[in-house]
Design a protein around this ligand. Structure first.
Ligand code: HEM
Ligand SMILES: *[C@@H]1O[C@H](CO)[C@@H](O)[C@H](O)[C@H]1NC(C)=O
Ligand SMILES: *[C@@H]1O[C@H](CO)[C@@H](O)[C@H](O)[C@H]1NC(C)=O
Ligand SMILES: *[C@@H]1O[C@H](CO)[C@@H](O)[C@H](O)[C@H]1NC(C)=O
Ligand SMILES: *[C@@H]1O[C@H](CO)[C@@H](O)[C@H](O)[C@H]1NC(C)=O
Ligand SMILES: *[C@@H]1O[C@H](CO)[C@@H](O)[C@H](O)[C@H]1NC(C)=O
Length: 359
C-alpha cells in the first residue's frame, strides 16, 4: 500500500518524466540546438544564404523571388490529372530546379530562372534536396521581411523528380473561376487561395510589364503588412508603365503594379470578404498564411515521413504600421466589395500623391 507521504513524490516523478524533451534533441557543431540532429545541416545553409543569397538578411528581390518559387514548385500538383491516368506532378519536389529547362517553358514561370540559378549552387554545396532547399529558402526569405511570418519547415523530401506537367501554375490572365478550380484541384479552398496571396504583400513584378521592373504590388514591399489588401482595393486609374499589359489591371498610384488576378480576386463575391478580413486582423492574417504555406510546402509528401526543422527558421524582426491609405487617397477611392461587412475605416498618411519606388 502506498503511504500518503510517498504519493506526492510519485506524482512529481511522473510530471518530471513528461517534461523531458524528445531524445533526438541535438546540439549542432555551431552550438545551436534543434529538435533533431538531422536539422543541423540547415543552420549551415541558413548562415550561407543569409550572407550570400539574401545580402545579409534582406527582404529584397531574392527573398521575394524565393517566396514566389515555393508556390511555383509546389502548386504543380494535380490529383485530377493523376485520376485521368496521367502524371500529375510531384508537388514540392524541387522539379522546377531539377528540370528547369522544361518547367521554365511554362509562361507562368517567367522570370524565375534567375532565382533558380542563384539558389541551385547552395543546394548542391550543402548536399540537400532541391525540394527541401526551395521551401527552406522561401521560409527564411520571408522571415527577413519586417513583421514576417514564422513559416514552418519540414526536411527530408526526396531529390528525385520528374518535370511537372504544363499548365498547372495559375497566371495573372486567368479568371477567378479558373484559379479557384486549379488551386482546388491541388487541395486548397477558396479562403486558402486568399491566405496564400498574403505573399503578394512582399512582392513586385519584372515580367508582366518589363518596362517597369521591380514595380511593387503595394507601397511597402519589405513589410509583411496588410497594405497589399488595402491598396489593391483602391480605384485603379493609371498604369505604372506606358500601357496596360496582358495580366495587368489599372493601379491607383504611380509606380505601383496591380495584377489582373489580384484585382479580380479582391472584388469577386466568393473571395472579397476574406480579402477584406486580412486588413482587419493582423494576427489572423499571419496565422492563416503560415498554416496555408505549410500545407503548400507538403504537397506531394507525407508529413509523417519528414523531420520538423522549424526551429532553424529565424524569427522575424521589425515592425509594420497599422493599415493606412497612401497619401492623397481617401475612403472614397476604396472599391469595397464585401456585401456583408463594411470596409475597415482607414486614414490617409498626410501629403500629396507621390510615386512608389521600384524595389
Ligand atoms: C492566384 C495565384 C497567383 C498568381 C496568378 C500569381 C502571379 C504572380 C505574378 C504574375 C507575379 C509577378 C512575377 C514577375 O513578373 O516577376 C507574382 C509575383 C509574386 N508572387 Fe504570385 N501569384 C499567385 C500566387 C502566389 C502565391 C500563392 C505566392 C506565395 C505563396 C506568390 C508569391 C509571389 C511573390 C513573393 C511575388 C514577388 C516576386 C518578386 O518580387 O520578384 N504568388 N505573382
Ligand atoms: C539532386 O539532383 C540533382 C540532379 O537533378 C543532382 O545534381 C544533385 O546532386 C542531387 N542532390 C542530392 C542531395 O542528391
Ligand atoms: C549527398 O546526399 C546523398 C543523398 O542523401 C548521399 O547519398 C551522399 O552520400 C551525400 N554526399 C555527400 C558528399 O555527403
Ligand atoms: C455572386 O454573384 C453572382 C452574380 O451576381 C451570384 O450568382 C452568386 O450567387 C453570388 N455568390 C455569392 C457567394 O454571393
Ligand atoms: C514543428 O516544430 C515547431 C517548433 O519548432 C512547433 O511549433 C510546430 O508545432 C511543429 N509542427 C508540427 C506540425 O508539429
Ligand atoms: C475611379 O476613378 C475614376 C477616374 O478618376 C473616376 O471617374 C471614378 O468615379 C472613380 N470611381 C470610384 C468608385 O471612386
Amino acid at each position: 500500500m502506498l503511504s500518503k507521504t510517498l504519493l506526492p513524490l510519485i506524482v512529481l516523478a511522473a510530471s518530471v518524466t513528461a517534461a523531458v524533451p524528445p531524445t533526438k534533441r541535438a546540439t549542432c557543431s555551431g552550438g545551436q540546438t534543434t529538435a533533431n540532429e538531422a536539422c543541423c545541416v540547415w543552420f549551415d545553409v541558413l548562415d550561407d544564404i543569409q550572407e550570400n543569397l539574401f545580402s545579409g538578411g534582406d527582404c529584397g528581390d531574392e527573398a521575394h523571388e524565393s517566396l514566389r518559387l515555393i508556390f511555383h514548385d509546389a502548386i504543380a500538383f494535380s490529383p485530377a490529372l493523376t485520376a485521368a491516368g496521367q502524371f500529375g506532378g510531384g508537388g514540392a519536389d524541387g522539379s522546377i530546379m531539377a528540370h528547369t529547362d522544361v518547367e521554365i517553358q511554362n509562361p507562368a514561370n517567367n522570370g524565375l530562372d534567375e532565382i533558380i540559378e542563384a539558389q541551385r549552387p547552395f543546394a548542391l554545396k550543402h548536399n540537400v534536396s532541391f525540394g527541401d532547399f526551395i521551401q527552406f529558402a522561401g521560409a527564411v526569405g520571408v522571415a527577413n521581411c519586417n513583421g514576417g511570418p514564422q513559416v514552418q519547415f519540414f526536411a527530408g523530401r526526396s531529390n528525385d523528380s520528374q518535370a511537372a506537367p504544363p499548365g498547372l501554375v495559375p497566371q495573372p490572365t486567368d479568371s477567378v473561376t479558373d484559379i479557384l478550380n486549379r488551386v482546388g484541384d491541388a487541395g486548397f479552398s477558396t479562403v486558402e487561395l486568399v491566405w496564400m496571396l498574403v505573399s503578394h504583400t512582399v512582392a513586385a513584378q519584372e515580367t508582366v510589364d518589363p518596362s517597369v521592373p521591380g514595380a511593387p504590388f503595394d507601397s511597402t514591399p519589405k513589410d509583411f503588412d496588410a497594405q497589399f489588401f488595402v491598396e489593391s482595393m483602391l480605384n485603379g486609374t493609371l498604369t505604372p508603365g506606358s500601357a496596360l499589359q496582358s495580366g495587368e489591371a489599372l493601379s491607383p498610384y504611380p509606380g505601383e503594379f496591380r495584377l489582373q488576378s489580384d484585382a479580380l480576386i479582391g472584388r469577386d463575391n466568393r473571395t472579397a470578404c476574406e480579402w477584406q478580413k486580412m486588413i482587419a486582423d493582423r494576427a489572423n492574417m499571419l496565422q492563416k498564411f503560415e498554416q496555408t504555406v505549410l500545407k503548400l510546402s507538403l504537397l506531394g509528401f507525407d508529413q509523417s515521413t519528414l523531420t520538423n526543422c522549424s526551429d532553424v527558421i529565424p524569427i522575424a524582426t521589425g515592425t509594420v504600421a497599422d493599415p493606412f491609405l497612401p497619401a492623397g487617397m481617401s475612403m472614397d477611392d476604396i472599391e469595397a466589395s464585401c456585401d456583408s461587412t463594411p470596409f475597415p475605416s482607414l486614414s490617409a498618411v498626410p501629403g500629396p500623391v507621390t510615386t512608389i519606388p521600384a524595389i
